[in-house]
Design a protein around this ligand. Sequence first.
Ligand code: SF4
Length: 201
Amino acid sequence: MLRLRELSRNVEAVLGEVAEKFSTYQQQQGLNCRAGCGECCLQPTIESSALEMLPLALHLFDQGSAEHTLQQFEQEPLKQSCMFYQKLSFDGRKGQCTVYQQRPSICRMFGASGYRDKMGQTSLSVCKVIKADHPEHYSQSLIMLTSTPPPLMMVASEALKELDYSFGNNLQPINLALKQALETVLFNAGLSGYDDDTQIA
Ligand code: SF4
């Protein structure tokens, strides 16, 4: 468990840098998310690696709810959208993240981020809600692509993979990634003994 805890701290450090970098770009360019919007959390295509879900898995373990969460996976068919999204409107478009501090990198980059196109040039990906809310800022950001390039998603992904390639390389639906991280935490806890873990937390 010691190694998992150290790995988790390193993941948290990278996720913190990712949040800072991407949120700074969004604010500078005026591409802010709509207040209370949870459209991205509803997407069944949100993917993460088990490595990125490790801080959340350890958090649940420390709260004593890791086994219960894993049982939920076994009792119900896996939800397509994230199980930690709390809907606050009838259609689900408004809501909130219940694990905001432990959310993975995709949740920190989704609003506005850069990627390399087929020609190797930097392009800008912006959420459709933000585009609709801030069309002028979106156009201006496209004009400023060279002078003010957006942070690249792939750089964040590589920084995470460098921490543990085998655990961080496999992207899967977010709920499945958490399931794998929980299984890893519980397996390691079983090997090392719970008493040590509570002292290290
Ligand atoms: S972890 Fe939080 S921000 Fe990410 S998809 Fe789930 S509810 Fe949304």
